[in-house]
Write a protein that binds this ligand. Structure first.
Ligand code: PMP
Length: 444
């Protein structure tokens, strides 16, 4: 075990930091602080080891402090710290793009770099509109998202997302947006293993939207192939195929937000490969660098890319980007992450571990308060019946129980969501689900 005994923050430092996504005052009364990590574990300043059931935040796919990645970042930091993203670049950016294209679904072989999932989504939405514009079809501006979808916190991603409490405080979002219904239907699908059998017809709602909005005004549909933050919802069998067909029928671009499912999470480099449906655009981030340096990307197919390259050669084809697009440290981390995934067989091992994972998750079916269990690859959700008048509190109590016992899990409302590093062993899987069971048993 590596040295993890770093001092806890001072009271003054605790006051100074405004944490994102966090009830700051409650946090400061009961802080969760990690000062080190290795493989499957976090270490706390007071010397506890915490089994990471969330791969950080769905991102540390090869486990924490993966040695090749740490070494690559260190080496790059002493070699080339930064290059402007305006009209210049550096060799690692090209090499990382090549490596990603080599493992991406057939045809998605051009990569635009950004720094996060939110930026990837906003970039993809802008590319979709600009693509139609470049084809002389500037009427296509409407965007379609889906209920329960999560696409980051930019105004574009929030607009197409389908989780109302994320939008509530932020005033008008993009106007020209419609939403498909979600596919969360435990009354038909409870305790499905992998893809639920029921629900493909929900994709036909896109036809209903087309009937209301002239389909020749719709630029793109964006969905997570497996809804993640909305509660781990694998798509019904045949659903994505139907969405693809309807998009093709009406000339609408299909975007898969693979920020979670990219880089091995469900058993192949990209979720599209596991699910057998190829979108026109993929957004990714998180596992791209194993979470070690912020980075995201947008993969586009040849038709989209070539449309931009057909314009005048002197001007930027897409007037978009960020100071840190293709940052040298991120690219070094990204290449080393792919080396790690490939050389350690992580993409191939995940489907094998996933069957142990599936059985362990579904063994909780008879545990108290459990109303649904969902899984795909190394993702799982344990949905609990809400306490009357106090939604979310049961899952929060189980999460705290697990943390006290040295296991980190996450909640989405009344659902426990799990997404461990892909290197998790059967013994660690057993410990994770045993601890959750104990937490469920201890609930009143
Ligand atoms: N899209 C999806 C599907 C995500 O899960 C997330 C993050 N959880 C994002 C976008 C946003 O990514 P980021 O937090 O890196 O901006």
């Amino acid at each position: 075990m590596k040295d993890a005994m770093t001092d806890a923050p001072s009271a003054e430092a605790m006051e100074a930091y405004w944490l994102p996504f966090t009830a700051n005052r409650a946090f400061k009364a009961q802080p969760k602080i990690f000062s080190g990590a290795d493989g499957m574990y976090y270490f706390t300043p007071d010397g506890r080891r915490i089994l990471d059931g969330m791969a950080g935040l769905w991102c540390v796919n090869a486990g924490h402090n993966a040695p090749r990645i740490a070494a690559a970042i260190r080496e790059q930091a002493g070699k080339l710290d930064y290059v402007s993203s305006f009209g210049m670049s550096h060799p690692l950016a090209f090499e990382l793009a090549r490596r990603i294209a080599a493992v991406a679904p057939e045809g998605l072989d051009h990569v635009f770099f950004v720094n996060s999932g939110s930026e990837a989504v906003d970039t993809a939405l802008k590319i979709a509109r600009a693509y139609h514009q470049a084809r002389g079809d500037g009427r296509r501006i409407r965007l379609v998202g889906r209920a329960k979808g999560y696409h980051g916190m930019g105004f574009g991603g929030l607009s197409v997302a389908g989780i109302s409490r994320h939008k509530r405080d932020f005033g008008p979002l993009l106007g020209e947006v419609d939403h498909l219904p979600h596919t969360h239907h435990p009354e038909h699908n409870a305790f499905s293993r992998g893809l639920p059998a029921w629900g493909a017809h929900l994709a036909d709602e896109l036809e209903a939207i087309c009937a209301i909005q002239d389909p020749s005004t719709i630029a793109a549909v964006i969905v997570e192939p497996v809804t993640g933050s909305g509660g781990v919802l694998p798509p019904p069998v045949g659903y994505l195929e139907r969405l693809r067909k309807i998009c093709d029928r009406h000339g609408i671009l299909l975007i898969f937000d693979e920020v979670i499912t990219g880089f091995g999470r469900i058993g192949a480099p990209f979720g599209a490969q596991v699910l057998g449906v190829t979108p026109d655009i993929i957004t990714c981030a998180k596992g791209m660098t194993n979470g070690a340096v912020p980075m995201g990307g947008v993969l586009v197919n040849r038709q989209v890319f070539d449309t931009f390259m057909d314009g005048p050669a002197e001007a930027p084809e897409l007037m978009h980007g960020y100071t840190y697009s293709g940052h040298p440290l991120a690219c070094a981390a990204g290449i080393a992450a792919l080396d790690t995934y490939e050389q350690d067989g992580i993409f191939e091992n995940t489907p094998k571990t996933a069957s142990v994972w599936e059985d362990a998750a579904h063994a909780l079916k008879d545990a108290p308060h459990v109303v649904d269990i969902r899984n795909i690859g190394l993702l799982a959700a344990i949905e609990l019946a809400p306490r009357a008048g106090a939604g979310g509190t049961r899952a929060a109590s189980v999460m705290q129980h697990c943390f006290d016992k040295g296991v980190l899990v996450r909640t989405a409302g009344d659902t426990l969501v799990l997404s461990p590093p892909l290197i998790i062993t059967p013994d660690e899987i057993d410990r994770l689900f045993t601890t959750i069971r104990e937490g469920l048993m201890s609930l009143n």
